[in-house]
Design a protein around this ligand. Structure first.
Ligand SMILES: NC(=O)c1ccc[n+]([C@@H]2O[C@H](COP(=O)([O-])OP(=O)(O)OC[C@H]3O[C@@H](n4cnc5c(N)ncnc54)[C@H](O)[C@@H]3O)[C@@H](O)[C@H]2O)c1
Length: 303
């Protein structure tokens, strides 16, 4: 069993990942600005490099999830995103280098691709971010690859597509599925950018968690390399199809309000994840209908 440190383990994905790591018998320490009552947590800012030197020690593997995540906010405050996502990652990597922690598994994003030239997107397709958030994720990948090559570390970058599931709470909530559930449930207008024909690759939280668990074995079997993977279902779903499924699950009609397309919002965003199947032995298992049902059950259990 591994000794692991999770950064951002109090967030949506981090919470699920910490629970799964503990269930698998790993020893887990979380580093976050916010508490997580389910796991030993050090309240600290990843940008505090002195603190990272003290905390990121005595471990085999770091799962680095902590980041600013809202692409729209990154357009307003690019410097903040550079500070947390890039400089914060440097301070975590530096602590690992100085303390001899070797394996770095981290959250990248579909945002590294920007507007794809074709779909489904493969890992070695063009990466050309169209917002500062995506730029920071691509810079993180370059940082990790340079640390791996320079300091005999092992890196795994996981590029998630549209992640969703129970316990998703962002402030503000810009992610489509929790926002749609709340808007349909409360009878508010359901805001849709464009006609609703945008297609996205919605991936369920437990599938993404599984890929992280499998990445531990990859670090052991193929060390001192930088590996990068799409985590996706390979199946596009239209936004309006998601709304129809949610209407059925919630037993309520959505009051849809269509707004103009947002610039830089590709019509189709779907990825090929066969590389993860081949090298990680991973495949998304949860179909959108099942994932939405579990997500609706969770949000209903709150009211
Ligand atoms: N949710 C998605 O759809 C999605 C898609 C692609 C990539 N990602 C990436 O996955 C990761 C996790 O996303 P999430 O949805 O769980 O986000 P989240 O906002 O729920 O969790 C992020 C966590 O990081 C912590 N954090 C932020 N800044 C910090 C700092 N300076 N120091 C310490 N902790 C800090 C926050 O307190 C939070 O608990 C992020 O890196 C995000 O960019 C998410």
């Amino acid at each position: 069993m591994a000794k692991v440190i999770v950064t951002g383990g109090s967030g949506f994905l981090g919470h699920h990942l910490c629970k799964a790591l503990i269930a698998e018998g790993h020893s887990v320490k979380n580093v976050d600005l916010k508490p997580n009552p389910d796991v030993e947590t050090v309240i600290a800012d990843i940008c505090d490099s002195q603190k990272m030197l003290e905390v990121i020690t005595d471990a085999d593997t770091v799962f680095h999830l902590a980041a600013l995540i809202e692409a729209g906010e990154s357009v307003k405050f690019p410097q903040r995103f550079v500070d947390v996502n890039i400089s914060g990652t440097v301070s975590v990597l530096e602590a690992m280098r100085q303390n001899g922690v070797k394996n770095f598994i981290f959250s990248s994003s579909a945002a590294v691709y920007g507007e794809p030239l074709h779909t489904p997107i493969k890992e070695d397709d063009r990466t050309l971010p169209i917002n500062p958030y995506g730029m920071t994720k691509l810079a993180m990948e370059a940082l990790v690859s340079s640390y791996v090559a320079s300091y005999q570390m092992t890196g795994v970058g996981l590029r998630y597509f549209n992640l969703y599931g129970p316990e998703e709470h962002h402030e503000p909530e810009s992610h489509a599925i929790p926002r749609f559930i709340h808007q349909i449930e409360t009878g508010q207008e359901v805001t849709v950018w464009g006609s609703g024909e945008h297609q996205r690759d919605f991936i369920y939280i437990t599938d993404v968690v599984d890929a992280h668990l499998q990445a531990i074995a990859l670090c052991q079997n193929q060390p001192e390399k930088y590996h990068y993977f799409n985590l996706s279902t390979n199946r596009p779903t239209m936004v309006r199809e998601v709304i129809t499924m949610l209407e059925e699950l919630l037993g309520k009609k959505a009051n849809i309000h269509n707004f103009p397309n947002r610039p830089g919002d590709p019509l189709v965003l779907v990825a090929d994840s066969s590389k993860a199947t081949e090298l990680l032995g991973w495949k998304a298992k949860v179909a959108i209908q099942e994932g939405l049902q579990k997500t609706v059950e969770y949000f209903r259990s709150l009211s």
